[in-house]
Write a protein of this length. Structure first.
Length: 550
């Protein structure tokens, strides 16, 4: 009675003997399992799997050409191998079985390796009406090995022309590339002349041939097991191949953002792109590997965890599909310092004490130069905002052309320039901080003292300021309790990128006396999630008279 343990032992022996994993024991597998020493079985099994790769019709026999192509013999070794093959092929059938193949392998002084690189041969097969290279004929061509794309120099598919004997061909193993067929020398030292006219693909994936060298020019895809006979003509060009890949190349990824040579102020600029179908991930390099980006629905992206350094960045992206990579595609962009003057407006007329103010990105300071005088200075950037007043406290009367340049550790922005005219006006304004405190969940409350001065009495006036962060607004309790007599013209909305606040006098009362001043205290709520230091001063502050001055 056969025990369960014995059944498991037999099953294990069977699985070890079934070297090709097809669930059956062939005659050769049985011979190996029965007669080979245990120490030899692993080596023999490895050779048997390789034997299967060149046994094109699966009849457990291989031809001399298949063996010679597999061993990659040159002219000097070919005759010796032929003699050994003929001595083993005692019946003269032109084929040997696996045991004969093992004997030939034992005669080889080189390592037993399958095809690994493209090589040139002269076909040694025979023809029958010019059809010996037709893959649709059961007797497949001996010069077109399994697992390779073969390029033939002449049109071997031309019916009734038996000229395949001694014709040149280039064998490209699966996964390999030929950049220029004219670089290959045949076994007798003669170069492969001209382009390839015919092709057979005996790999398991699409192969691509190119009309130009180095995988350039028009291309044609040959499906697995497919072939092309006679050079096809497309758009007036014959597809005679000069280069080819024995695999389907991976298309390079595409950058979609930022644009090529774009300048950005975003220190965390996101790099985005697309990839072809089947691409699993994209390798992103800047000199060295930055990251591996997964491809989801044909798209990939990368946002750096640390800020991009200021300056130019040159990136390369490579698409990966299975174990193959695309050619790299490149993107150049720059992270820059920017500056913008927001007040006074270009061409405006302002009072001598009007401050210069604006925004800046990636700048620590803003350098100011009045191009109509020797006046210059610098302003500290806080929360991307800055303000500047001349050292004397006021601008000289007349025309001014002022240039601002943002700076950061030697990196400078492009300049921004504003032209304005300073005049002595009846109504002027100045401001200063009056303290700040917590407003609870609403944010931080900032109080400002604003004072208007007039040469002659001003009964109706308007005051404005801006560059506050989104969500800022006048303190409702101040509007209700301290400014109930005045008019709120604009109170910044949460949707505004830059908030402006404008208040005005009532129709009567609260005039600015001639030769005197009118002080006001204004309170603003700044949202709690923004930096507060920049808002101890008011930006873009102005005051204008709305009626006749008395």
């Amino acid at each position: 009675m056969i025990t369960t343990g014995r059944i498991r032992q037999l099953k294990s022996t069977f699985e070890a003997s079934d070297t090709d994993g097809d669930g059956k024991l062939s005659r050769l597998e049985f011979l190996i399992a029965s007669y080979a020493k245990q120490s030899d079985k692993d080596v023999i099994s490895t050779h048997f799997r390789k034997f299967r790769t060149i046994d094109s019709d699966g009849d457990d026999r291989v031809t001399f050409i298949e063996v010679a192509n597999f061993f990659r013999v040159d002219d000097s070794a070919r005759e010796a191998l032929r003699a050994a093959f003929n001595s083993i092929d005692s019946c003269g059938g032109g084929r040997v079985d696996f045991l004969g193949f093992l004997e030939l392998a034992s005669l080889r002084s080189v390592d037993f390796n399958p095809m690994q690189a493209p090589y040139a041969i002269r076909c040694a097969g025979t023809c029958d009406g010019g059809h010996c290279y037709r893959p649709d004929i059961p007797d497949l061509p001996e010069c077109a090995p399994v697992g390779a794309l073969t390029l033939f120099q002449c049109d071997h598919f031309n019916a009734y022309q038996a000229h395949c004997l001694d014709q040149p061909a280039i064998v490209i193993p699966a996964g390999q590339t030929v950049m220029n067929v004219t670089d290959f020398a045949l076994p007798n030292g003669v170069s492969f002349v001209g382009a390839a006219d015919s092709w057979i693909n005996r790999t398991e994936e699409e192969c691509v041939i190119y009309m130009g060298p180095d995988l350039t020019g028009r291309s044609l895809t040959i499906p697995p097991g497919g072939y092309a006979m006679n050079p096809p003509t497309i758009d007036g060009f014959s597809y005679r191949a000069l280069s080819a890949t024995a695999f389907s190349p991976v298309p390079a990824p595409v950058f979609t953002s930022p644009d090529q040579n774009e300048q950005t102020a975003d220190l965390r600029e996101t790099v985005q792109g697309t990839a072809a179908s089947g691409v699993e991930h994209v390798l992103l390099y800047e000199g060295e590997l930055l990251t591996t980006c997964p491809v989801v629905d044909g798209e990939w992206s990368y946002t750096p965890s640390a800020e991009w350094p200021l300056g130019q960045h040159a990136l390369n992206a490579i698409a990966v599909r299975s174990d193959r990579q695309s050619e790299p595609t490149s993107l150049v962009f720059s992270v820059v310092v920017t500056v913008n003057i927001t007040s006074p407006g270009d061409g405006s007329m302002v009072a001598p004490r009007t401050p210069l103010s604006g925004t800046a990105h990636n700048a620590l300071t803003v350098e100011i130069q009045d191009q109509n005088s020797e006046a210059r200075g610098s302003a500290l950037v806080q929360s991307q905002r800055w303000t500047f007043t001349p050292e004397s406290g006021e601008w000289a009367t007349g025309m001014h052309s002022v240039m601002a340049i943002g700076t950061n550790a030697g990196a400078n922005s492009e300049p921004d320039t504003v032209d304005f005219t300073v005049t002595i006006q009846n109504l002027t304004v100045e401001s200063g901080p009056a303290g700040n405190w917590s407003g609870g969940q609403s944010g931080q409350i900032y109080s400002y003292d604003i004072t208007m001065y007039a040469e002659t009495r001003v009964d109706q006036w308007e005051i404005g300021f801006g560059l506050l962060p989104p969500g800022s607004k006048l303190d409702p309790s101040w509007v209700t309790n301290d400014f109930s007599w005045g008019t709120v013209i604009q109170d910044g909305s949460p949707d505004d990128e830059i908030v402006n606040i404008i208040i005005a006098s009532p129709e009567s009362g609260h005039s600015v006396p001639g030769g005197g001043s009118l002080p006001l205290r204004v309170r603003v709520i700044i949202p709690p999630d923004v930096s507060q230091d920049a808002y101890k001063v008011l930006y873009n502050l102005y005051a204008i008279s709305l009626g006749a001055d008395l």
